[in-house]
Design a protein around this ligand. Sequence first.
Ligand code: SF4
Ligand code: SF4
Length: 431
Amino acid sequence: MENEVLSYDALVIGGGIAGEETALNLAKMDYKVLLVEKELSIGGKMILLSKVFPTLDCAACITTPKVSETARHPNITIFTGSEVKGVEKKGERNFEARILRQPRYVKEDACTGCQECEPVCPVVVKDQYQFNLVGRKAVFVPFSIANPRIAAIDIENCSLCGACERACPADAIDFSQEPEEKTYQFKSVVVATGYKLFDPIKMPRYGYGKYKNIITSMQMERELAPTRPFNTILRPGDGKMPDNLAYVLCTGSRDHTVGNPICSQVCCMYSIKQAQLLMGALPMADVTIYYLHIRSFGKGFNEFYETAKGMGVEFVKGKIGKISEKENGNLVLRYDDIETGQVKEVEHDMVVLSVGILANDEIGQVFKTQKLEFDDYRYVKQIDELKRPAMTNIEGVFVAGAASGPMDIPDSILSAGSASSEAASYLALTE
Ligand code: SF4
Ligand code: SF4
């Protein structure tokens, strides 16, 4: 890259809502920021959501202006499809980081995002941005509101047939690109690596991955989102519109048997939100939520829960033991009814597993000279959780958003505010 800048005030690792907020706050204070995101677009998981609780505002309508402000800010440089491989602290306000940029095999400055390459590509694989509900081509624009809206080639699945190269009107396909690893200098680092979703394959008794009409809550988010893969809500097994759906809360949360004993904080509320949206999308459908406790602790949350009940969403205090499938694709849930103490069975035509969130602890391997400390649940340790929640054990390294523990969107933004002000005070000491 010509005239490439190799030194920045801050490295922000992660381009989700917390990383963007941190980068923007620092950039507005005139600090130069490098934002590194492993996915092909910034926006994190929020850009893929339907609506947010408890206001039911459109998630994309909130996040896309922030995404474009981040992308356009002159003090922010963004590397997508990139990974921080190593961070070394050389001294106060002196960090060195190795960053690996994976090639897109598409010239970023030439591609217009027209997608003419997509229909000619013969390779179809699962679309990770639609949580595997539909397919995508080996050459693809990640999703319609991606930023940057540039195609990329999934080289592992590409057959190198050259059809995309012939179809591209901008001459943007470039198979000669190679991974590039370089070292950059920073004065501070903010970890905003977010969280991972629990994979319900780890709970075979629920049958996820085996029974087609069981999906995760993130898959239902995609079915409900404006940029959704189908134009309505469908059960994946046979494409029927469901009329009797069940939610299983705490899938992979508050569960020692899967190694995640803590509450994921958002699953109750996003499930109640989805139930309300389903009542709107499928007015004839019945929605039942199986729960252990409803945690509706935030501002307006309990009212939101009461609204769902008023809309006809049924809440059953019950622990699901096992899910099995009938010949017609319907699902039988065997559960312990906590109110009556009885074991019951009930049939639904679609099941949504409200999966919990887990720490994204891979960031631990990145810090080389001084180890980044983690808490008991593998989240980045806040050394003074009550008074200075953005501080980590390494001076000059701060944490923002769900990298420090489960939290919802407003709390992630607040946390990013704290991380950026801590980083700014640390940076100001040099001046
Ligand atoms: S690679 Fe070419 S055809 Fe594909 S989106 Fe970009 S400009 Fe369009
Ligand atoms: S070269 Fe690869 S990405 Fe391009 S059309 Fe052929 S299979 Fe698809």
